[in-house]
Each structure stands twice: as C-alpha cells, then as structure tokens.
Design a protein around this ligand. Structure first.
Ligand SMILES: O=C(CO)[C@H](O)[C@H](O)COP(=O)(O)O
Ligand SMILES: [Fe+2]
Length: 239
C-alpha cells in the first residue's frame, strides 16, 4: 500500500507532469467516492489541505480523517500542512500513511529536523513558500527536499485567483535545483493558468475548484492534461 520512499520517488520522477486534485473543494460527505472520482478521471495523487486555524484562518481535517481513507485508495496521498506547529503532529501524518508531507517555511524557519523526520518516516519531504516570502529563502533547503511547493495564492481558501508572480518564482527554483526536484504549484490553477505554470517548471499542478466544481470532471481533467502536454512540448518548457 505505502510504497517505500525510493520506489515512490522513482515513480514520481519518471513520468510526465501531474494534475493533483485538491480535496479542499470536494464534497466532504462523500470523501471516499470523491477520492475515487479523482482516480477515475486519471489522477495518481490527491492533495490533502490540512488547515489548523492558526497558520491560516480556516480549518479542514487532520490525520485521523486521512488515516481512515488510507486503506480505501491506492492513490498517492500528499498532505499540505498549513499548520503553525507541524512538528507536533508529524508522527500522526506519517502513521496515517501520507506519502508526501509538505510543511511551510513561514511556520518552520529552520526545517532541517522536520524534513529529516519526514524522510526518515518513509515519506517525501516538501517545503512550501507563500507568495510574499522571498523565494531565495528556499535556497538553503533545496538539497534537503523532494518537492518545492510554490504557492500561487495566499493559503487558506480554495477558489482564489492565480498570482502570476509564481511563474518567475518557479523559474528561479528550476534554475537552482537538481532536475529530480519536484516543483509544485498550488492555488488558482485552471485552464487559463496551467500551461504557463508547466512552462515555468511546475511538475505537480494542484487543482481544487477547477476540478471538483467542474460539471464534467473527467472532461475537465482531460482538458487540463492536454494543456499540460502542450505546455511541456512548447518552447521554454521544462526539459
Ligand atoms: O492550499 C490550498 C489553499 O490554501 C489549496 O490546495 C488550493 O487553494 C486549491 O484550490 P484552488 O485550485 O481552488 O485554488
Ligand atoms: Fe494546498
């Protein structure tokens, strides 16, 4: 069920960019079938937005909910921890079976220990930065992470507009990081913004409202996939 870290990294490294549905915008009263729906439409990953009411002015769910769904799905589970003190709950997210765990640099200014704990726990380690945080602050940690999450909205809510500044910030990360680092973009990703994100270097595109609020999710996923593929093969795209 829970592939070990090197297998998972290999799997995430060796294929094309991915669309990662964010469960924040799904119907929580049908959580299992909403996850299954992402799989039916072609997703390999679901993105769990964990909000603690302190780091962001909103609450969502925690490790108990994720743990209860873990045996129900083969998809990769990514936990985006929008939490002031992620270290307090890290064991819970590892035990819940999260495959990728992303913490925020704004919450943990020296994340060395936590990143190591995530990797030692068998998950991939992600580090996220909000739009106002100077992107250069990621530099000291680039060799300690598997995934860099460049936020394209202020975290806390779905359905916001894409911040174009994220494009330059992703290019900055791409130029300074090793090729296998996964660059993820999160917030306001939709048909209008996804191709530019891919051309700027994004490999994981988190899509919440554009997917879960679509009338025909399979068609939406297919359309987004096509735009991703066009972005990959166009000039300026990631190699
Ligand atoms: O981290 C997040 C919000 O803090 C969500 O992942 C993100 O907002 C996805 O939703 P949408 O695609 O609607 O912007
Ligand atoms: Fe997110």
């Amino acid at each position: 069920m829970h592939p070990n870290r090197s297998q998972l990294l290999e799997r995430l490294r060796n294929t094309s960019p991915r669309i990662c549905p964010s469960l924040l915008d799904c119907d929580f009263s049908f959580l299992k079938s909403e996850i299954d729906d992402a799989e039916r439409c072609g997703a390999e990953i679901v993105h769990w937005d964990v909000m603690d009411g302190f780091f962001v002015p909103n609450f969502s769910y925690g490790p108990m909910v994720i743990r209860s769904l873990r045996p129900q799905s083969q998809l990769v589970f990514e936990a985006h921890l929008m939490m002031k003190e992620p270290g307090k709950y890290l064991d819970g997210f590892l035990e819940a079976g999260c495959d990728v765990i992303t913490i925020h640099l704004e919450a943990v200014p020296d994340p060395t220990e936590l990143l190591r704990a995530i990797r030692d726990g068998g998950a991939l380690a992600g580090l996220a930065v909000n739009p106002p945080t100077p992107i250069e602050q990621l530099e000291p940690w680039l060799d300690q992470i598997d995934l860099a999450l460049v936020m394209s909205v202020m975290p806390g809510f779905g359905g916001q507009s894409f911040d174009q500044g994220a494009l330059e910030r992703m290019r900055w990360v791409r130029e300074r990081s090793r090729p296998e680092l996964i660059i993820e973009v999160d917030g306001g990703v939709n048909r209008t913004t996804i191709s530019d994100a891919v051309r700027a270097g994004a490999r994981h595109m988190v899509v919440g409202s554009a997917f879960y609020r679509a009338q025909d999710r399979a068609a939406e996923f297919q359309q987004l996939t096509q735009l991703v593929n066009e972005g990959v093969s166009s000039p300026g795209a990631m190699e």
